[in-house]
Design a protein around this ligand. Structure first.
Ligand code: AMP
Length: 412
């Protein structure tokens, strides 16, 4: 299948060629024709599947044919869970719209940057707004944004927005936009809460799923290396030299650990930086751009900062500290092996991580061979499982006794 067969016009095909997209990914293949024929879509798609272009391309196609006269009006609103994803989606609109007779004006609304500048950009006239919901609400409260001409409402990576009071924010947003519009929903999972949101937003949506044998994580070679916690830093240095990995994303448990280890690796002469939620947006953007441009080789990051990261050339993801949940494991390793490339994910585990990693394996339906690296072998013994003291019968009151007493008091 080629992009031209999907019904996209020559100016967009030119932008695709310019970006090196040769053929549509499975999600693009399925979603683009439905959007072009004005259907609501509810797609199940992972990051790395090419889902952004699956809505960006047909929206631009339709928009460019109906621009209308006068000052630009906001026709498209995309909500995303993170600042990084917002900027990436906005960038995709810009690059795919580059050769259109009239280029779309795209504004990103994200926290951590001046709201005044964002309001100014909207006032000047824009066609497409990409936003995180929090900042969008702040902007709506200023009553300086007109969403009454909206045609497309998109939720990207919607399942990651479910917490943080999103349902309430969504209601506020729905009040501001026309009820007749085209809705496009993208989510990796559809738990009941997500389905409720889907039914609140979409009308007769077409469901699109990508067969389970196509997830991007299949392209990822996963390794697990047993090493003592204290030896993880030296092992990482050894591997960086022996395996010659180029761009490496290393996940740490918290911000402090991220800063500390980045400083250490810099001292050893590596091009390393830390990346976490406490950095101001300008620093985050700068670091990401430097990593993309390969001026940084090793990025030490927390989970929060890495959500939605879209960098094609990550050679290897390291779980220096294990993720808390199996879902985070899949999310982390999905940062490599993107856009059809192969990838590598390596997890370091010590004795006390064994049970937790076994759980991750079980939930992710994988089973990995434990490796050890010569000179960095795991030593010591697994910690004894500490059991609490056996309950002693007759000491203290049982729950039942307490309930009985309460009931007796109530009756007496
Ligand atoms: P997404 O899942 O939208 O975050 O896209 C993941 C990555 O795949 C992005 O870096 C895109 O630039 C890239 N990509 C998307 N569609 C294609 C395509 N058809 N051919 C090559 N790369 C693509």
């Amino acid at each position: 299948m080629s992009f031209s067969k999907l019904g996209l016009s020559s100016n967009i095909l030119r932008a695709l060629e310019h970006s090196g997209y040769k053929q549509p990914t499975p999600i693009q293949d399925k979603v683009i024709p439905f959007v072009l024929s004005h259907h609501d879509v509810m797609a199940q798609a992972q990051t790395g599947s090419g889902k952004s272009a699956s809505f960006v391309l047909p929206i631009l196609e339709i928009w460019s044919k109906n621009i209308g006269e006068g000052k630009s009006k906001i026709k498209t609103l995309v909500l995303t869970p993170t600042r990084e994803l917002t900027l990436q989606v906005a960038q995709t609109f810009v690059s795919m719209g580059e050769f259109l007779p009239q280029k779309p004006k795209v504004v990103s609304l994200i926290g951590g940057e001046s709201i005044g500048d964002q309001l100014f950009a909207i006032q000047k006239g824009c066609d497409i707004v990409v936003a995180t919901s929090g900042r969008l609400i702040d902007v709506l409260n200023k009553k300086q944004m007109n969403l009454s001409h909206l045609q497309f409402f998109v939720l990207d990576e919607a399942d990651k927005m479910l917490d943080l009071g999103f349902a309430e924010e969504l209601e506020l947003i729905l009040k501001e936009i026309p009820s007749k519009r085209q809705n496009l929903l993208f989510s990796a999972t559809y738990p009941p809460k997500m389905q409720m949101i889907a039914s609140r937003i979409t009308q007769n949506p077409i469901s699109v799923t990508i067969e389970s044998d196509e997830p991007t994580v299949q392209a990822i070679n996963q390794r697990v290396i047993e090493v003592n916690h204290a030896n993880r830093g030296p092992l990482l240095r050894h591997l960086l030299e022996s395996e010659k990995w180029e761009q490496v994303l290393v996940f740490m448990a918290n911000k402090r650990a991220t800063d500390n280890i980045a400083a250490k690796f810099k001292k050893y002469g590596f091009l390393a930086e830390s990346f976490h939620g406490d950095l101001v947006q300008e620093d985050r953007n700068y670091t990401l751009d430097a990593f993309k441009a390969k001026k940084i080789r090793i990025l030490f990051a927390t989970d929060i900062a890495a959500r939605g990261l879209d960098i094609d050339d990550i050679t290897c993801v390291i779980n220096f500290d294990l993720p808390r949940s199996p879902a985070d494991y899949i999310h982390r390793i999905g940062r490599t092996g993107r856009a059809g490339k192969s990838g590598l994910a390596v997890s370091f585990i010590d004795h006390e991580d064994q049970d937790h990693f076994a759980l991750i394996e079980k939930r992710s339906q994988i089973k990995l061979v434990r490796e050890q690296i010569a000179g960095y072998e795991l030593s010591g013994n697994a910690p004894e499982k500490v059991k609490g003291p056996e309950p002693v019968k007759g000491k203290g009151k049982s729950k039942k006794d307490k309930l009985r007493e309460q009931a007796a008091k109530g009756n007496g």
